[in-house]
Write a protein that binds this ligand. Structure first.
Ligand SMILES: O=C(O)CCC(=O)C(=O)O
Ligand SMILES: [Fe+2]
Length: 312
């Protein structure tokens, strides 16, 4: 099984709309990808590789600072937003059965102008670069959600209506920039990975990876296949709330990031845009089956965070 690559040029980020004919083609391609494997690589999205490189470059400057420069931005220190901010090395376990993930991250959940942003030497553009990238990802996500609704024979607005508040305090959509430092094999605990097995929590995730590799995805037959970085593309995956919403028609695949080969001291970076419905959106199985009870998006997310960060 392979993850398909789909050309999204007909509906790329920018101001043009998609023709009925192209929407039909994209819908068929999405349906196959999301029902069979749960992921698709999109090329020609309108998000350029140089924009991705720019976000990774300024993010790396943040991560390479001494710890005391990062601590003031810690996740949980922003009173108006529980998820925003810096997640320190090994403090998250995406698979709670394994030791902490060998990564650090910065979550951008709030674009509120009053938020405190990193702005020391070399980081004066941090806020502007991250915020602009957030907006591009938001634009692409809404286009993807439109095609997804069409591919299920639903009204185009069905998913969009539940994603009206992305980028505000009443929606948890997050741009997460991740940094995986070099791995020293004598410092690795048994079973520890760069990122443990998990599926994402929200509706869809957009993922951009640096070239080093390591990401694997579990297929329906239970084997892990690699999901390498393909320059110029974005990898889209279905997340758990969308699987639930579609009564398991679209699949939310388990994935992980392996350690690099022994002796390979390279770093790795990725950018994940976790799309969530608005906190108050009630997610009910689209086919009326009630296979899963209706749940509010915000409540569902709070439950899921308890498992990956401990019960704090
Ligand atoms: O770094 C990656 O490629 C994947 C990260 C990931 O799956 C996540 O943060 O949910
Ligand atoms: Fe993930």
């Amino acid at each position: 099984m392979e993850i398909p690559v789909v050309d999204f040029g007909a509906y790329e980020v920018g101001d043009k709309d998609v023709s009925d004919e192209k929407l039909e083609i994209l819908s068929r391609q999405f349906k196959t990808a999301f029902t069979e494997v749960g992921l698709v690589y999109l090329k020609n999205t309108g998000i350029l590789q140089e924009q991705v490189d720019g976000v990774m470059s300024i993010s790396k400057k943040f991560f390479l600072q001494p710890e005391e420069m990062k601590l003031p931005f810690s996740r949980k220190s922003f009173t108006n937003n529980v998820n925003h901010g810096w997640v320190s090395f090994q403090s998250e376990r995406l698979n709670p059965e394994r030791p902490g993930d060998l990564k650090e991250a910065f979550n951008i959940t709030s674009l509120d102008p009053d938020m405190k942003w990193p702005s020391s030497d070399g980081l004066t553009e941090f806020r502007e670069i991250q915020s602009a990238f957030f907006q591009r990802c938001k634009d692409l996500s809404l286009r993807v959600l439109h095609v997804m609704a069409h591919s299920l024979g639903l009204e185009p607005e069905v998913f969009l209506n539940a994603h009206r508040q992305i980028g505000t305090e009443t929606n948890d959509t997050t741009l997460r920039t991740l940094y995986y430092p070099p791995v020293k094999s004598d410092g690795v605990k048994e079973g520890q990975l760069r990122c443990g097995e998990h599926s994402d929590y929200g509706s869809i995730t957009l993922l951009f990876q640096s070239p080093e590799g390591g990401l694997q995805v579990r297929t329906t037959s239970g084997e892990f296949i690699s999901a390498p970085s393909i320059p110029g593309t974005v990898l889209i995956n279905i997340a758990d709330l969308m699987q639930r919403w579609t009564s398991d028609v679209f699949l939310s695949a388990v994935h992980r990031v392996l350690l690099p080969p022994v002796g390979d001291s390279s770093t790795r970076q990725s950018l994940a845009f976790f799309v969530h419905p608005d906190d108050e959106a009630l997610i009910t199985c689209f086919d009326g089956s009630d296979k899963y009870p209706p749940v509010k998006s915000g409540d569902y997310l709070i439950e899921r965070f308890k498992n990956s960060y401990g019960k704090d």
